[in-house]
Design a protein around this ligand. Structure first.
Ligand code: CTP
Length: 214
């Protein structure tokens, strides 16, 4: 099977030396890529900038901004049977890129932001993806309800939800505690390493549809 995985943060440039980004380490996406590659699948890992080593055997596509990630996904997802969107994509980018470094002048600097494309939300409709689709939901409140809303809106098979208000798990941590949210039920996975959770998420995704006969 060919599996596409997005991972890491995106960087939204403001001027030649500055960008807007977030605290995603990329660990969950890289753990998924390593787990899938280890059991013999072809993996396309489309990743924003991280400090992690590229898992062995994966096809690595480095990107910076959400627009870059959108293009990288749109041109490759058609060849994949499973797509897992673990990236923490910036929802907004600066409306204007200043080609020269912004110099300090006034006490207050105001920057306008515009919406980035929703890559996961475009997979079914704009990109015509018909394979197994798995999203992530990082929430600080109403975990299951918000994740279920994303599941429906983005037409996923299931969403991996986690509570990012907890400092002991999630962003930047080696561990996580997650809830797999399906259209008609949900399944909690207790706190564990991201490596172990990656195997469970992958197993859950792979049992959704029969494997092609090859
Ligand atoms: N995602 C994406 N492209 C974006 C934003 C998010 O592909 N521009 C994907 C993420 O990789 C993740 C899922 O969508 O799998 C959930 O992202 P999130 O930012 O939490 O969802 P939003 O729909 O932006 O919801 P909100 O900001 O309202 O919480």
């Amino acid at each position: 099977m060919t599996i596409l995985i997005t991972a890491g943060p995106t960087r939204e440039p403001l001027d030649p030396v500055r960008y807007l980004s977030n605290r995603s380490s990329g660990k969950m996406g890289y753990a998924l890529a390593a787990a899938a590659s280890a059991i013999g699948h072809r993996v396309l890992l489309i990743s924003g900038p991280t400090n992690l080593d590229i898992p062995s055997g994966v096809d690595f596509v480095p990107v910076e901004s959400a627009a870059d990630m959108y293009q990288a996904v749109a041109t490759r997802i058609g060849k994949c049977e499973l797509a897992i969107f673990a990236a923490a994509v910036a929802d907004y980018r600066p409306a204007n890129f200043a080609s020269d470094k912004i110099k300090k002048t006034d006490d207050v600097l105001t920057v306008d932001f515009v919406r980035n494309p929703d890559i996961l939300g475009s997979a079914r409709k704009e990109m015509g993806f018909e394979g197994i689709l798995v999203g992530f939901a990082a929430e600080t409140q109403n975990l299951e309800e918000n994740a279920r809303h994303k599941l429906t809106r983005k037409k996923c098979d299931f969403v991996v939800a986690n509570d990012v208000s907890r400092r002991d798990i999630g962003f930047d941590s080696n561990d996580n505690e997650i809830l797999l949210v399906y259209p008609d039920h949900s399944q909690p996975l207790p706190r564990d390493s991201k490596e172990h959770l990656a195997h469970h998420i992958l197993e859950a995704a792979l049992k959704l549809r029969p494997l092609p006969s090859s």
